[in-house]
Ligand binder design. Structure first.
Ligand code: FES
Length: 117
């Protein structure tokens, strides 16, 4: 497998084949992140130490990792069954998604709502 690799202090090694860069909006700040292989939007946010609740640990059952998609919504895959159920239960708007159920894509911009802090 070709590509760069990153080794973290805890021993985790990530292979980077397809660098995807996206942005998080946190209050008035823009935070740029480079997605690693296998990361979800939630795991990228946590690696960047951003304030994003995740009560169920990324299982798609708590709804606390809700983010607002500001750019790139049309390029995201449709919500899967677990996410769709949460969207309906919680009455998400069309631009709200679960960070734990999404893989970041190049150019994506998502806002972390202040209710997540
Ligand atoms: S972390 Fe619970 S739904 Fe995403």
């Amino acid at each position: 497998m070709s590509g760069a690799s990153l080794l973290f202090e805890d021993g985790c090694k990530f292979i980077i084949n397809n660098m995807r860069v996206m942005k998080f909006l946190v209050e008035a700040q823009e935070i740029r992140g480079q997605c690693l292989e296998g990361e979800t939007l939630l795991s990228l946010a946590l690696r960047l130490k951003l304030p994003l609740h995740h009560s169920c640990g990324g299982m798609g059952t708590c709804g606390t990792c809700r983010v607002v998609v500001r750019e790139g919504l049309e390029q995201l895959p449709s919500p899967g069954e677990v996410e769709q159920e949460m969207i309906q239960d919680r009455g998400f708007s069309k631009i709200e998604r679960l960070a734990c159920q999404l893989e970041p894509i190049e150019g994506l911009i998502v806002e972390i709502p202040t209710s997540s802090f």
